[in-house]
Design a protein around this ligand. Structure first.
Ligand SMILES: Cc1cc2nc3c(=O)[nH]c(=O)nc-3n(C[C@H](O)[C@H](O)[C@H](O)COP(=O)(O)O)c2cc1C
Length: 235
């Protein structure tokens, strides 16, 4: 009898492990107050490397749900330096990717702007705001919409970047311009997540997909795309 229960227990455990697999386990990103650059930081670059940005004070503000924009924001910061503000909702999105996908659809459609965890920083000392978001249902993720509605962006330069699953930036750049009519929004850069080394590639069902290095090499890397973009920025 004992053996039967033991076998049954092992069977249930096995089903649980296989069933759970990688499904929808998202590493959440905590929002933060502004992180300032120190010259000692090896990961911070400088705007002086780019003639169009030389001498400009920059803030990199971004939201990331599944982590891809942490990677892209770090790549960008290694090039231009500046301060970082992680945009995060007061109520974090859940771990169930499929559920968040559905929630995000409603929120984007309704123009929902969730409260932010940390107040938007004083932007008076910055010239250029690099603004990063994952593409959610063809536009910015809702916390980024909140950032745009709360930030004092008049006269600022907004340089947008985003990552997506293959459908491009869609309305992201236009929607930023609509939300910040008195800012100058320069043409942005959009990154296919398949080109981002270490990116989470999760489908609508919440299943994590793996991608070979060979397949990744078919897509431009953030490093290449940012470099090209930054070299060409003229303000
Ligand atoms: C709610 C939701 C909606 C999404 N909508 C789109 C979309 O419209 N187009 C697209 O190409 N990718 C879409 N994606 C995929 C993300 O843009 C992509 O995985 C991105 O790299 C995630 O960045 P992050 O890891 O920084 O959150 C969506 C993802 C989620 C969670």
């Amino acid at each position: 009898m004992k053996k039967i229960w033991l076998s049954l227990g092992i069977l249930i455990l096995a089903i649980m492990i296989i069933g759970c697999g990688n499904k929808g386990n998202i590493q959440k990103v905590e929002s933060s107050a502004v992180t300032t650059t120190t010259t000692a930081s090896p990961s911070a670059g400088s705007t002086d490397k780019y003639s169009g940005l030389a001498g400009k004070k920059v803030l990199i503000a971004y939201f990331s749900y599944s982590g891809n924009n942490i990677i892209t924001a770090q790549t960008l910061r290694a090039k231009v330096g500046g301060d970082v503000y992680v945009i995060g909702p007061a109520v974090a999105y859940g771990n169930d990717y499929a559920a968040v996908s559905a929630q995000g659809r409603q929120e984007v459609r309704n123009g929902f702007k969730p409260a932010l965890k940390n107040p938007v920083p004083d932007l008076s000392k910055y010239d250029v705001i690099f603004l990063g978001s994952p593409i959610w249902w063809g536009s910015m993720a809702p916390p980024v919409a909140t950032f745009l509605s709360e930030a004092k962006l008049d006269g600022k330069i907004i340089a947008p970047f985003c990552s997506h699953a293959g459908f491009g930036a869609a309305n992201y750049f236009d929607d930023i311009a609509k939300a910040a009519p008195n800012a100058k929004v320069i043409p942005g850069v959009s990154l296919d997540r398949r080109g981002i080394e270490g990116a989470d590639i999760i489908n609508g069902k919440g299943e994590k997909l793996t991608i070979t290095a060979e397949e990744r090499s078919k897509y431009p890397s953030p490093d290449q795309e940012f470099e090209k973009w930054l070299q060409n920025i003229k303000l």
